[in-house]
Ligand binder design. Sequence first.
Ligand code: NAI
Length: 263
Amino acid sequence: MVLAKPENKNVLSAFSLRGKVAAVTGGARGIGLEVSRGLAEAGADVALIYSSTRDAESLAAEIASANNVKCVAYRSNVTDAGTIEGTIKQIAKDFGKLDIIVANAGVTSHYPAEDYTPEQFSEIMKVNLDGAFYTAQAASRIFKEQGYGNVIFTASVSAILVNVPQKQAAYNASKAGLVQLAKCLSVEWVDFCRVNCISPGFISTDMISAFPAEWKEKWLGMVPAQRFCDPYELKGAYVFCASDASSYMTGAQIVIDGGYTLP
Ligand code: NAI
């Protein structure tokens, strides 16, 4: 039973992931790379699932040697259910099991809502919502058979508020859908895995670095912390969700945004 009480009651050792196997989509860049590092630092063996990052294999080797764990890069595509399921099955085979899946891959685009083409709208949904579902579903089939597992989605504060000045209705809708999807799955799958979401605010990655300086200035004025977050600052929350330290938590959304969603 997944929500069974862990035997170990010591809080620091409850955070340990030693002996666990984790896979992270978008795991070789930005937030996903820091999540992969965090899980490895906590002791997990990690599979980085990437789509285009050129140095994914050397990053995996670096994580493995820095943390004395197994870390391997796998190329895949979350928008194709068969492809991502094949990758996740291969990871479970290569590592002997799968304890944790982090569905983190995501994309964004900015168009006025009245101008989206069907292709532009569905490109966002296909990665952020369909792809996250296919990833979790593939892992859930392994978790069901094993009788244990843990799903963590990277959602966004865009699930909660409407970002300005950029126009990104598809992205916001995809992330809001993801939060509700996580709640549904947490109830349906309660007998064999926990399911939680992390919703970051503005995190300094490639996803936001390309945006115009005026947007970033406006955003900074709206964040009580008056700075953006470095991706490594999210590691603790992912380790918490992945570990026995959060043994009774399922269906939750953890918002990490320097206060952005509050005023
Ligand atoms: P990023 O652009 O550095 O990373 C996105 C990752 O998704 C990349 O590794 C990319 O290869 C992967 N990806 C994209 N399409 C894919 C596909 N079809 N199959 C497999 N992988 C694919 O951006 P970042 O910031 O690290 O984003 C990670 C997650 O965090 C995304 O879900 C994003 O929506 C979310 N997020 C980011 C925030 C930010 O301010 N950077 C804020 C809130 C949420």
